[in-house]
Ligand binder design. Structure first.
Ligand code: ACM
Length: 533
């Protein structure tokens, strides 16, 4: 759907060539029988990101061999995780790795009652095999991500590598701190194709994220087909920042994203941003404007200039239709209604708008999520607000969000000066924005969600989110350069027990991830804060 593709490479790839030469050397050593299998070859269990709740290393490692089977029970869901694991392991090992209900030993994925919760798992590794046990398939999937990290980085390559494929002996018992561990992708400022979104899904799944928040509409583009208002997509989606061709997802495209996300155990949270950030809709339908005149399409990067017409009845017909169609498509529980930066909407209008719109979301069976400005109106019962403030946000604004949290509104934390992946790392970062300051890797990681917002009870915090806004980002490599290495840190804040939080040990684990990213072809920022080896 997108015609143009700028290939902007921010870092050289000479390291990959060197890596290839070393692998050739290793392969030669193997061929001459000079590469004995030492336990030291296995990645230690305490290297995993996000840090598991509990790690008990010891005993002999398991070695994946040409005869290894991936054993599953008969259920479709478990087989799906087995097939996914096989898809990771086959290209680099070159082994058949049948996914089967037969045999014994090997890599076993099993569901069992136990105290692993909806997403937790237990991984047992020893000489005769690796067993991942969980109550639900999502737990098995997260356990598989841990297993990947216990294997050598070369397992992530898409061509046959020499191995050996050792998994350290021991036991991991793991369950997440928070149920909301989201990555947000802004597909409005620049459009990203279904395949590009799938690639980002694969990246975030590595670190046990469980939600993909899609920012589907903004001033610069409407990206989801709505049958009852077709010009939203066909006209409102016809450009993007900088004037490129934009694009939109047909309903089938969107279903394909949902299917793929579900296969990676991610719930999609669609966002239609309202009442501000709506120029693409206002440009598509003149009647949505208070003066009845459609503005031109917008391809710049200003914010806060557009608003739906709060006093017009057609506005609520529009919202009802959009929410109805989007809710019908989306199996997830949540629908995000935006609400940020409505600078062109008087406050009473904003509150009146939210009072009418939130029940529409409930009518179609979804739970409201809004940016934290929703706290300045009246959040519906059960609603969640997403805090995106920063250190300099006023005490009054913070207090308003904290008060909503004390009154039962759930909090998602995505402080812009911590988790916004589009913020420049330093003044020299060639991509990104800096309105929230520079966000180096340590700053991004080193805070505690439970104690972050003064006056908000820890029990109100549902989790964390890493938004990736795309005013300056137009291709997948640029997304990766901004996401890595910050994306894993936010994942750890959402998953790992607070007791494991420690920058000095985290940065060493983070450095150990780099060979995996290189094997996957992920471009990343070589932060001087991290002891890359
Ligand atoms: C936002 O960054 N405007 C939510």
């Amino acid at each position: 759907m997108r015609a143009h593709r700028r290939h902007h490479r921010t870092t050289p790839r000479t390291g990959r060539l060197l890596g290839s030469l070393l692998l050739v050397a290793a392969a030669c050593a193997m061929a001459t029988g000079a590469a004995p299998v030492h336990r030291a070859n296995a990645t230690p269990m305490d290297r995993v990101i996000p840090a598991p709740a509990s790690v008990d290393p010891g005993g002999a490692p398991y070695r994946i061999t040409p005869g290894t089977r991936i054993r599953v029970d008969g259920s479709r869901e478990v087989r799906g995780v087995g097939d996914y694991l096989a898809g990771v392991l086959r290209p680099s090992t070159g082994y058949r790795l049948p996914v089967t209900t037969e045999g014994h030993g090997g890599i076993r994925l099993r569901l069992a009652k136990g105290s692993y919760g909806d997403e937790g798992y237990r991984l047992d590794s020893g000489a005769s095999g690796v067993t991942i046990t969980a109550r639900k398939a999502a737990g098995l999937f997260h356990g598989v991500q841990t297993l990947r990290q216990l294997l050598p980085a070369a397992v992530e390559k898409d061509s046959v590598q020499p191995g050996p494929w050792l998994v350290a002996g021991g036991t991991v018992e793991d369950t997440p701190r928070y149920g909301w561990r989201a990555a947000m992708l802004d597909v409005s400022r620049h459009f990203f194709t279904v395949d590009e979104v799938k690639q980002y899904i694969d990246r975030v799944a590595l670190y046990k994220y469980n939600k993909l928040h899609l920012h589907l509409s903004d001033d610069q583009g409407w990206r989801i087909a709505v049958d009852s208002w077709p010009r939203l997509a066909t006209y409102g989606g016809s450009t993007e920042v900088g004037g490129g061709p934009g694009g939109y997802y047909t309903k089938d495209d969107y279903k394909e994203i949902l299917r793929y996300a579900a296969s990676r155990h991610l719930e999609v949270v669609p966002e239609i941003d309202m009442p501000g950030h709506t120029n693409a809709a206002l440009a598509s339908y003149a009647e949505l404007n208070c003066d009845g005149v459609a503005p031109p399409l917008y391809t710049g990067t200003q914010v806060g200039f557009s608003s739906l017409c709060v006093g017009k009845e057609v506005t609520y017909d529009f919202v009802d239709d959009v929410v109805r169609e989007l809710a019908a498509l989306t199996p997830g529980r949540y629908l995000h209604i935006g609400g940020d930066e409505a600078h062109s909407t008087p406050h009473e209008d904003f509150a009146a708008f939210m009072k009418r719109v939130q029940p529409i979301v409930a009518k179609y069976g979804k739970t409201v999520v809004g940016w934290h400005q929703l706290a300045s109106a009246e959040p519906a019962e059960g609603a969640l607000v997403q805090y995106w403030g920063l250190d300099r946000t006023s005490d009054a604004e913070k207090a308003q969000v904290a008060e909503a949290a004390r009154n039962g509104t759930g909090l998602i934390l995505s402080p812009a000066d911590r988790t916004y992946l589009d913020m420049k790392y330093t003044k020299d970062t060639p991509l990104g924005l800096s309105w929230a300051g520079y966000v180096e890797v340590q700053r991004s990681y080193d805070w505690d969600p439970a104690a972050y917002l003064p006056g908000a009870p820890a029990s109100a915090v549902r989790g964390v989110e890493a938004p990736l806004w795309t005013e300056t980002l137009s291709d997948p490599e640029q997304l990766e350069f901004m996401a890595f290495p910050r994306l894993p840190g936010v994942a750890e804040l959402g998953w790992s027990p607070a007791s494991t939080h420690d920058w000095d040990t985290y940065k060493v684990r983070l450095a150990a991830q780099a060979p995996r990213w290189e094997a996957m072809g992920i471009d990343y920022y070589r932060s001087p804060q991290v002891p890359w080896t």
